[in-house]
Design a protein around this ligand. Structure first.
Ligand code: ATP
Ligand code: MG
Length: 388
């Protein structure tokens, strides 16, 4: 008998002929997650088993596996042979010694010398004999012991199922570039698109010295927290100071934010193309601030030529976003009080209904606009986000 963790995957079973493609990416991501912990991973048909680990590592393994997108649930349990004695031994170990219980048997191998009901009755009887404070309740038990009898040599016995992250395996949907500010929203939008299977590169605009070294460290810290969902990734830092200064100098004050956003999008599209990303992601949410009105989004979006821009938070309320950020562990870092570059040179009344025509007119006044954009792209700093 040995301790195992049983893994079950989520939507992949809907994938028909492409299933192998998704499974292979999921297996790769699971193995990446297990790096550094001694254990064995067995990948069977629609069911994966982790075994041969030290008992001390079980909690750590569960915490890590819970964050792998593409896994639906997992169960720590015991693996034993399918004979009644052995399954009974396992059930005794897992069963709390008091309360009400039920045994649920799945008999995958129909040649086994008992029916599901017979096995459940025999194990249940043994537990009742052994522990006086136990009672059977078939309909509303305190706990259920599951027996999954695969074949004569193998049965899995477990009593809990822990929900995992769900979604699709990171990398199965292609590559995306996620705009990561130091705020609450963009770590959540990054998480949400990793959940749908995108392999992400992260992009941050940094206006030193208007935004501090701490502001940059904060984004690096966020990228590291997100790594448990995104897997190893890279964070690209764009030196944005000169562009912001130029926009400030030449643009109409109330168009400052609009032009900053357009410059960000121009740079993002070039970086995306350079790194083979097929989409851009940001944390915009309709109506949240002046730069996120329908008109503002139209005007910033219009500089993007070839790629779709995904805004997974567009219909969320701020408190819903905060809830997710707390759940994924980015909230406490996001609320650290370091200024983001968007708050630099903030106009008193930013345009809430900007137009493309006026934006272009303002941009045409900026000296060397195009070369400033190219220079920022060329001077990008690339930070590898991994645990090495
Ligand atoms: P967040 O909490 O993500 O900062 P926000 O409500 O502050 O969001 P904005 O500052 O308007 O919103 O930014 C909207 C989106 O633009 C962000 O979610 C992010 O994707 C992107 N963005 C803003 N500032 C930066 C930055 N300095 N670097 C990278 N992306 C940015
Ligand atoms: Mg922000």
């Amino acid at each position: 008998m040995d301790r195992v963790i049983i893994l079950r995957y989520s939507e992949i079973h809907l994938k028909g002929k492409n299933r192998i493609f998704f499974e292979n990416i999921l297996k790769r991501n699971i193995l990446e997650k297990l790096r550094g912990i001694t254990c064995k991973a067995e990948f069977g048909y629609s069911r994966y088993i982790i075994s041969d680990y030290s008992e001390d590592d079980e909690t750590k393994l569960i915490e890590k596996l819970k964050t792998v997108f593409g896994l639906y649930s997992l169960s720590p349990g015991l693996r034993t042979s399918s004979d009644t004695e052995a399954v009974g031994d396992a059930a005794e170990i897992l069963c709390p010694k008091e309360g009400t219980f039920r045994i649920t048997v799945n008999r995958a191998d129909k040649t086994l010398p008992y029916t599901s009901v017979q096995l459940a009755a025999s194990i249940g009887g043994r537990l009742l004999d052994k522990f006086n404070a136990l009672n059977v309740d078939l309909h509303n038990p305190d706990f259920i012991i599951y027996v999954d009898a695969r074949d004569r040599a193998t049965a899995y016995v477990y009593s809990e199922s822990i929900l995992c992250a769900g979604g699709m395996p990171v990398g199965s949907a292609g590559k995306g570039l996620s705009l990561l500010s130091g705020g609450i929203d963009s770590p959540v939008s990054t998480y949400m698109m990793a959940k749908r299977g995108l392999e992400l590169t992260e992009l941050h605009f940094w206006s030193y010295p208007y935004t501090s070294l701490e502001a940059k460290d904060k984004v690096i810290e966020l990228a590291h927290i997100l790594r448990k969902f995104t897997g190893d990734t890279r964070l690209i830092i764009i030196p944005f100071t000169e562009i912001q200064e130029a926009i400030h100098k030449f643009a109409e004050p109330n168009y400052m934010i609009t032009l900053v956003r357009r410059a960000m999008m121009r740079i993002a599209e070039r970086i995306a193309e350079k790194y083979g990303c097929g989409c851009i992601i940001n944390g915009e949410d309709l109506g949240q601030v002046a730069s996120q009105t329908l008109e503002s989004i139209t005007v910033t979006n219009s500089v993007i030529k070839n790629l779709p821009v995904f805004r997974p938070l567009i219909g969320f309320d701020k408190n819903e976003i905060i809830e997710i950020s707390k759940k994924i562990g980015t909230y406490e870092t996001s609320i650290k009080p370091y200024e983001d570059c968007c708050t630099v040179f903030l106009p008193e009344s930013p345009a809430t209904k900007p137009t493309i025509r006026r934006s272009e007119a303002s941009e045409s006044k900026i000296e060397n606009y195009e070369s400033l954009i190219s220079k920022a792209v060329d001077n990008a700093e690339v930070i590898v986000i991994s645990d090495d």
